[in-house]
Design a binder for this molecule. Structure first.
Ligand SMILES: [Zn+2]
Ligand SMILES: [Zn+2]
Ligand SMILES: [Zn+2]
Ligand SMILES: [Zn+2]
Ligand SMILES: [Zn+2]
Ligand SMILES: [Zn+2]
Ligand SMILES: [Zn+2]
Length: 398
């Protein structure tokens, strides 16, 4: 036995009412299986009140503080789980809820405690949802589910019957079939009743084969603008253009005459051109001869030019050599002159010293003479004119 605080609630418990259930045998008189709180059959943790011995569902009696039957409260009102009552209620023999006395209903029967599992897992007449995503089929019975999923569900996986495209049955048949390149379609001109072509070949059929497609007349190049159906083309030509061949022959004869005339005229032109070409050839050969002659002259000129250049080069080399020799001789002469100049300067220096000594001797005897000598020395110093000095000396002596 457990107190009301310890009672557990089973969230998956089935709510069954006595009037909905068909019992195989009558319920014993001493077994009151209805909960006076929720009015359902007491299957979820059956519990007994200590005050009056009444039974309730565990979750129902757990929510109240006084006995709903006798109004007892406090210590008088205690609740205990009744496993014996649970066993008695659970073992009552019942028929399935989906049994409505016809061949098209569930013939299951068993203990009340197994009814919920039967309905959840195996009863073929319970409504179930379709497992295919997006399918909202309602009223689907478990016994029909397999067939629905396999054959009728619009959301079942489906492969196009004409190509390898895959999607749901609904998409393939409602959308893809309108664009599938291999979907069989009839000729839009209805040329062959019942015959179909893959959608991607219909254009070719119309362009090349369809007997009802209007086509250009074989003689459109001769101005016929009619467009008979392909199958009527031969008939049209033989009927409408019966005499066209003789007309064409006449036209061709006329054309060939024109061409022959043109050919003759061309031959005359050709003759004329041949004569002209002979003349041109002659001129060309003359010009070629001239060119050869000029080339020979050019070669000769080149040779003499080279000869002259060589002579000139030799002359220039010779002159260079002579100039070098002359430069060397002049250098030697200059060196000689330089040495004789040096000697002359030395002689002049000696003479000047002697003169100075003489002058000093004379100065001692004559101041006037000294002045003259000083003047002479200045003149000599600035003019280096020896001859002038000698003249002065000569004047003095005389
Ligand atoms: Zn209840
Ligand atoms: Zn009570
Ligand atoms: Zn059933
Ligand atoms: Zn479905
Ligand atoms: Zn396809
Ligand atoms: Zn056709
Ligand atoms: Zn025609």
């Amino acid at each position: 036995m457990a107190s009301n605080e310890e009672l557990q609630t089973d969230p998956t418990a089935l709510t069954l009412y006595k009037d909905d259930i068909e019992f195989k045998k009558e319920i014993p008189k001493d077994l009151n299986i209805d909960c006076s709180i929720c009015l359902a059959v007491i299957l979820d943790s059956p519990s007994q009140a200590s005050c009056c011995g009444q039974h309730f569902c565990g979750p129902c009696i757990g929510k109240v503080n006084a006995c709903p039957q006798c109004r007892a409260v406090g210590d008088k009102f205690k609740v205990f789980k009744d496993t014996d009552f649970e066993r008695r209620v659970g073992s009552l023999e019942v028929y399935c809820l989906m049994n409505w006395d016809s061949d098209d209903s569930c013939d299951w029967s068993g203990e009340l405690r197994h009814l919920q599992r039967h309905l959840d897992d195996s009863c073929p007449y319970v409504e179930v949802p379709c497992p295919n995503h997006g399918c909202n089929k309602s009223g689907l019975l478990r016994c029909d589910l397999k067939e629905h999923v396999k054959k009728y569900c619009p959301m079942r996986p489906y492969k196009c019957r004409h190509c390898d495209f895959r999607d749901t049955h609904k998409f393939v048949t409602e959308i893809h079939y309108d664009i599938c390149p291999l979907f069989p379609v009839c000729c839009p001109l209805n040329c062959s009743k019942g015959k179909t072509f893959p959608r991607n070949e219909i254009e070719d059929h119309i362009k090349r084969d369809c007997p009802l497609q209007p086509v250009e007349c074989t003689y459109s190049w001769l101005g016929c603008e009619e467009k008979p159906a392909r199958r009527d083309l031969n008939r049209h030509c033989s009927k409408q253009h019966k005499y066209i061949l003789s007309d064409v022959c006449k036209e061709l004869c006329h054309e060939s005459q024109k061409m022959a005339d043109g050919l003759n005229a061309n031959e005359t032109h050709l003759e004329h051109y041949k004569t002209e070409q002979g003349r041109v050839d002659e001129k060309v050969s003359q010009l070629e001869k001239k060119v050869t002659l000029l080339e020979q002259q050019l070669k000769t000129n080149e040779k003499s030019h080279n000869e002259r250049t060589r002579h000139l080069e030799q002359a220039v080399t010779e002159m260079n050599r002579e100039l070098q020799q002359k430069i060397r001789a002049l250098d030697r002469e200059r060196a000689n002159l330089q040495s004789s100049c040096n000697k002359l300067e030395l002689v002049l220096l000696v003479m000047f010293i002697v003169l100075v000594i003489l002058v000093l001797v004379i100065v001692l005897s004559n101041v006037f003479l000294l002045l003259i000598i000083v003047v002479a020395c200045f003149i000599y110093y600035y003019h280096k004119d020896l001859i002038f000095l000698l003249i002065l000396l000569h004047i003095y002596n005389s």
